[in-house]
Design a protein around this ligand. Structure first.
Ligand code: ZN
Length: 172
């Protein structure tokens, strides 16, 4: 296993990182993470329908609402450099981490720009925001608009319009 040892020396591994953060990082770097499940639960409870991980979209957004042309990314604070207390860099090999993680951030910026160029609206939700479900629900609702199917909303707005027309008719 000498190869492994030398590659460890060349690139920092999770061994350089304190235990708590290491667990956190391992969880966040995978798919179907706890923050993701939390967000999906909130979306379901609010009545939104969505798809997951559309591979054909830049950055493979975690949540996709094709009818609304909106996507949501759930970012791990450490990996995407949120700037909150969860994103403090390890003391060891700080420069290596800085270089590695700033590439992630550059990629995020490029993905968001590519999505916007294709007329998608993008919301980024941070791992640390998952603790406050009430606040997160508000953020999501103001980004997505009212829940329920768009077809049902179209019917409702047609009805409202015809009511308005009828009211105008009464006044004349
Ligand atoms: Zn954060």
């Amino acid at each position: 296993m000498s190869g492994r040892t030398s590659s460890r020396r060349a690139r920092p591994s999770f061994d350089d990182v304190p235990d708590a953060r290491r667990r956190n990082m391992a969880a966040i770097s995978g798919r179907d993470t706890k923050p993701e499940r939390t967000l999906r639960r909130i979306l379901h409870s609010l009545g939104y329908r969505f798809r997951l991980h559309r591979r054909d979209l830049p950055g493979r957004p975690d949540i996709v609402l094709p009818g609304r042309r909106k996507v949501i990314f759930i970012n791990g604070c450490f990996w995407h450099r949120h700037g909150c207390r969860n994103s403090v860099l390890p003391r060891a090999r700080r420069e290596w981490w800085e270089a590695k993680l700033s590439r992630n951030v550059e990629r995020d910026i490029a993905n968001v720009a590519a999505l916007k160029a294709q007329d998608w609206s993008v919301l980024t939700v941070w791992e640390c925001e998952m603790d406050n479900a009430a606040r997160l629900s508000k953020i999501i609702q103001s980004f997505l608009g009212p829940p329920g199917s768009l077809a049902a909303q179209a019917v409702l707005s047609r009805k409202a319009k015809s009511r308005r027309v009828a009211n105008r008719g009464n006044r004349q």
